[in-house]
Write a protein that binds this ligand. Structure first.
Ligand SMILES: *[C@@H]1O[C@H](CO)[C@@H](O)[C@H](O)[C@H]1NC(C)=O
Ligand SMILES: *[C@@H]1O[C@H](CO)[C@@H](O)[C@H](O)[C@H]1NC(C)=O
Ligand SMILES: *[C@@H]1O[C@H](CO)[C@@H](O)[C@H](O)[C@H]1NC(C)=O
Ligand SMILES: *[C@@H]1O[C@H](CO)[C@@H](O)[C@H](O)[C@H]1NC(C)=O
Ligand SMILES: *[C@@H]1O[C@H](CO)[C@@H](O)[C@H](O)[C@H]1NC(C)=O
Ligand SMILES: *[C@@H]1O[C@H](CO)[C@@H](O)[C@H](O)[C@H]1NC(C)=O
Ligand SMILES: *[C@@H]1O[C@H](CO)[C@@H](O)[C@H](O)[C@H]1NC(C)=O
Ligand SMILES: *[C@@H]1O[C@H](CO)[C@@H](O)[C@H](O)[C@H]1NC(C)=O
Length: 363
């Protein structure tokens, strides 16, 4: 028994070694919540959809990444433009028809400038959500993931991108084929060349979808999860996660009756009495219906499985673009997210709390 435990802890420690080269170079990460979207077709984003949960709330997170050594600035995602009618029709129509709605909000370009961050100080942008790139000076470069579909509206009527998203600036399509860095199975590129900030190849949501690994102290990291999934319940719980972060007692007690056993099951669940510890997979899944928000749900699930390894480890904090459970608790700009270790324990299970805006597991 003892030797088995030793072996298990050894295995855990080996798994904890993601192959990330050691470095003392860091970045400072600051989060924005550009807007709170409400979407009326949650089934394209998450499954299952329970009665009473026919809408889903989606914050739009954007991240300012500042390289500590040089002050260079990188925007990881930029939310969306607030003049939604000027998005290409395939997206604008979703706002016009009310599938997406939001209270008036300021675009990230305004939030940055009001926060004392001149746009011409942003060296590079990566976007998964299409803000108004034309507001950035043409000295701001753009990086895109491998194979990103650059077909533009109006030549391609159903495209979500238009010329102004790329025009007049350097666009660099990253190539992960020749990197020898692989963390948790994810090919990585060392963006600043000193181990402070890595872009990760995580296709599935889109071809060329990327996430990032930001080193905020020599040994702690923020995983910018972008649209790997749209809800923390698609990431959690998994066995390794439950082992590392057991559900707080009060919430565990609550989940017995707050999680509907008509929709969720596990080996030790009985009708009307959900048993969380024996649940071996996340509560929510990535839809593979024809209208799924993910272009390749199979690839998206593999990328998710890889990202989930970080989620279960004490030195990593995964922040998704649309993680509604974080909105009440995340320190937002101008605060830094670097001290995330102070909040990780409190926020991980928030999505399961009936009073949390991300809760969607029971009537
Ligand atoms: C990081 O800094 C520590 C303390 O100065 C030093 O011992 C270590 O070698 C450094 N590591 C790297 C990878 O530079
Ligand atoms: C989003 O919602 C949160 C929580 O209700 C609120 O604090 C925040 O101001 C909202 N943000 C925007 C841009 O509307
Ligand atoms: C968009 O943001 C600008 C700048 O803050 C503001 O003037 C405008 O009213 C906003 N529009 C919408 C539709 O929210
Ligand atoms: C684009 O990139 C090239 C090569 O890195 C550089 O020489 C040029 O100045 C850049 N142009 C702009 C507008 O930043
Ligand atoms: C690229 O996007 C356009 C516009 O949405 C679409 O018509 C086309 O099929 C896409 N190409 C690929 C290879 O997915
Ligand atoms: C960038 O903008 C400047 C000033 O508007 C312009 O002179 C220059 O031609 C632009 N560069 C590119 C690559 O479009
Ligand atoms: C990278 O490899 C993929 C798969 O083999 C290939 O389709 C793609 O063209 C390669 N990209 C580059 C830039 O060579
Ligand atoms: C649910 O969240 C609320 C607000 O943060 C908190 O007061 C309450 O204790 C939480 N409930 C459980 C069961 O954790």
């Amino acid at each position: 028994m003892v030797s088995w435990l030793l072996l298990a802890s050894l295995v855990l420690r080996c798994a904890a070694n993601f192959g990330i080269p050691s470095s003392n170079a860091t970045v400072d990460v600051k989060a924005f919540n550009v807007a709170n979207f409400s979407a009326t077709l949650p089934g394209v984003l998450v499954q299952p959809v329970l009665p009473g949960h026919e809408t889903i709330q989606l914050p739009l997170h954007a991240f300012l990444v500042e390289h500590t050594a040089t002050g260079k600035r990188f925007m990881f995602d930029i939310g969306t433009r607030n003049d939604t009618a000027n998005l290409p029709p395939s997206v604008a129509s979703l706002f016009a028809s009310g599938v997406y709605s939001a209270q008036p909000f300021k675009p990230i370009t305004v939030l940055l400038e009001e926060g004392g961050i001149p746009l011409n100080s942003i060296e590079t942008v990566y976007f998964d959500h299409i803000g108004d790139m034309s507001k950035f000076p043409n000295t701001t470069g753009l990086v895109i993931g491998p194979g990103t579909n650059r077909s533009l509206y109006p030549e391609f009527p159903d495209s979500a991108l238009q010329a102004s998203d790329f025009a007049g600036r350097n666009v660099t399509e990253l190539d992960f084929n020749h990197t020898d860095l692989t963390f948790s199975g994810l090919p990585a590129l060392d963006y600043f060349g000193d181990g402070s900030f890595y872009l990760l190849n995580t296709p599935g949501h889109l071809v060329g979808h990327m996430t990032a690994l930001a080193r905020v102290t020599p040994s702690t990291f923020i995983v910018l999860g972008a649209d790997t999934v749209h809800h923390p319940g698609q990431l959690r719980p998994r066995p390794k996660f439950q082992h590392a972060y057991p559900c707080p007692t009060e919430l565990l007690e609550q989940s017995k009756t707050s999680v509907s056993t008509d929709y969720f099951w596990s080996p030790d669940t009985r009708t009307g009495m959900f048993h969380l510890p024996s649940r071996a997979q996340p509560l929510l899944s990535i839809p593979d219906l024809p209208d799924s928000a993910d272009v390749n749900p199979v690839a998206a699930r593999v990328s998710l499985d890889k990202i989930a390894e970080f989620d279960a480890h004490e030195d990593f904090f995964v922040v998704l673009a649309h993680d509604e459970s974080l909105v009440p608790v995340l320190p937002y700009f101008p605060k830094s997210l670097n001290a995330w270790k102070e909040i990780k324990d409190q926020v991980l299970w928030g999505f399961l709390n009936e009073t949390n805006p991300a809760y969607r597991f029971g009537p």
